[in-house]
Write a protein that binds this ligand. Structure first.
Ligand code: PEP
Length: 250
């Protein structure tokens, strides 16, 4: 069985104090939940403050990015082991904002995936097509390429720490969610692809999250889809009440 994961990507929001305030409110709201893996991903500067706040709770910490080197002359970068030292259990890689705004390609994302596996950190590996790619029938080719190149060289052991997040670019921050059917169709495709690239066991065990304008009012039917194992949530994770409702999906 795949334990559902609901992960909040706080993007470039919240000071240290605001991040602690948010996670404290969330902690109180989800204290009774033990069948969902709850993850929050604050900005780098708030990681250690949030780590201290969630100690002993069921909330786990993720970073929004990493650099695929352990140490050295890489000004401005942060390595997987430093993130682990700061209390992170997961790191998000491949987010479409980093692909589009920072020019990250599949090869660079793959280096990050290997660096995270080497550091013993979990990976939330994001993929997704643009509207243009979907409308011109390139969606499955794009997703196949992103998975094949992004996970290249990761063995089945490393895959046990990988969570895939399907985030159609046209649905991120737009208020336009994929329909339940669209999400299920792509998630089923991704699970079949994992079976082709790895084996039945990896395909059955890997969690595939949906991301893109997930809100309290659409989470229930998305989570009812057989291949949707959780959600990666941006905007709605910035309000404790909304995020708690999403975590409490029915
Ligand atoms: C995201 O940034 O990963 C995301 C899904 O954002 P939103 O929920 O705001 O669409």
């Amino acid at each position: 069985m795949r334990t559902p994961m609901i992960a909040g990507n706080w993007k470039l929001h919240k000071t240290c104090n605001e991040a602690v305030e948010l996670v404290e409110a969330l902690k109180a709201a989800v204290a009774d939940i033990n069948d969902v893996e709850i993850v929050v991903a604050p900005v780098f500067t708030a990681l250690t403050s949030v780590a201290a706040s969630i100690e002993g709770s069921s909330i786990t910490l993720a970073a929004q990015n990493c650099y695929p080197q352990e140490s050295g002359a890489f000004t401005g970068e942060v390595s997987p082991s430093l993130l682990k030292d700061a209390g992170c259990r997961y790191v998000i890689i491949g987010h479409s904002e980093r692909r589009q705004l920072c020019g990250e390609n599949d090869e660079f994302i793959n280096q990050k995936a290997h660096a995270l596996a080497a550091a013993g950190l979990g990976t939330i590996f994001c993929i997704g097509e643009t509207l243009e790619e979907r409308e011109s029938d390139q969606m499955y080719d794009v997703l196949r390429r992103q998975v094949r190149l992004g996970l290249k060289g990761l063995d089945t052991t490393a895959m046990a720490s990988v969570v895939v997040a399907y985030e159609p670019v046209w649905a991120i921050g737009t208020g336009k969610t994929a329909t339940d059917e669209q999400a299920q169709e792509v998630h089923a495709f991704l699970r079949a692809l994992l079976k082709e690239l790895y084996d039945e066991k990896v395909a059955a065990a890997t969690r595939i999250l949906y991301g893109g304008s997930v809100k309290p009012d659409n989470v229930d039917s998305l989570m009812a889809q057989p291949d949707v194992d959780g959600a990666l949530v941006g905007g709605a994770s910035l309000k404790a009440e909304d995020f708690a409702r999403i975590i409490n999906f029915e």
